[in-house]
Design a binder for this molecule. Structure first.
Ligand SMILES: Nc1ncnc2c1ncn2[C@@H]1O[C@H](COP(=O)(O)OP(=O)(O)OP(=O)(O)O)[C@@H](O)[C@H]1O
Ligand SMILES: [Mg+2]
Length: 215
């Protein structure tokens, strides 16, 4: 059985896609018990830069669609053949990367912040998901909307779950806006090694546990 391919994306910049992709990939590795490949499919190279210091427990493969082209899907499927999970960190634009990723994935993880601009982009991402599900004909990929960078002091931050439920897809427990995420990136670690048992780490573990269970 090939490993599970998890696409992390949204059609807007800065929603926390790379932060979720890197940290969930590292949590899924579960101290080496699972084989996890993290694919940086974004030409910006955020996940690649994160891993470049050699302090992540998972290997990062730089695979921007614009460079890999027609071979992209084969490379991803190849990684899935030798790993339990392949986590794809996607670019924020509508394009071949996200389309091919949704065709390959069993789960689409969509970080969304509480801003109106994010919600608009998320609606477009959900439309794209519906299109791919129709093309695949197997109701895949599944979807998990992740409230991201949530600040509960703001009105929007208090309401984000209720707003996300209107998309009709499962909503994960929130990932809060926490400095540990920013600082962990700065030193090239994931939050589970940078700030073990912090709230930031616990939130990632809760999300990873849900991702792990999805068929
Ligand atoms: N939960 C969080 N708490 C605090 N800061 C966060 C959190 N998630 C992301 N950030 C910060 O927000 C910025 C954008 O995050 P990230 O790079 O993960 O977003 P992205 O959606 O991948 O962006 P892009 O669209 O550019 O790829 C970074 O500086 C990151 O450290
Ligand atoms: Mg990113």
């Amino acid at each position: 059985m090939p490993g599970k391919i998890i696409a992390v994306g949204n059609l807007k910049g800065g929603t926390g896609k790379s932060t979720v992709a890197v940290n969930v990939a590292c949590a899924l590795a579960n101290g080496g018990k699972a084989r996890v490949a993290l694919v940086d499919a974004d030409g910006q190279g955020t996940a690649g830069d994160w891993g470049a210091k050699g302090r992540l427990p998972v290997a990062v493969t730089a695979l921007p669609f614009e460079e890999a082209g027609a071979g992209w899907r084969d490379r991803v499927d190849g990684l899935a053949a030798s790993h339990d999970f392949v986590v794809l960190d996607l670019p924020p634009q509508l394009g071949d990367a996200i389309l091919n990723a949704l065709h390959a994935a069993s789960l689409f993880v969509v970080p969304v912040t509480a801003s109106g601009a994010d919600l608009k982009a998320t609606a477009k991402a959900i439309d794209l998901l519906a299109r791919v599900r129709a093309e695949r004909g197997d109701r895949r990929p599944g979807c998990l909307l992740v409230p991201s960078r949530v600040d509960r002091r703001t009105a929007a931050g208090k309401e984000i779950e209720a707003v996300l439920h209107e998309f009709g897809e499962p909503v994960a427990p929130a990932i809060g806006q926490r400095t540990a995420h920013v600082d962990a990136f700065t030193v090239g670690e994931w939050v589970g090694s940078y700030a073990p048992r912090s709230v930031a780490h616990e939130e990632i573990e809760v999300l990873a546990a849900i991702v792990r269970r999805v068929k």
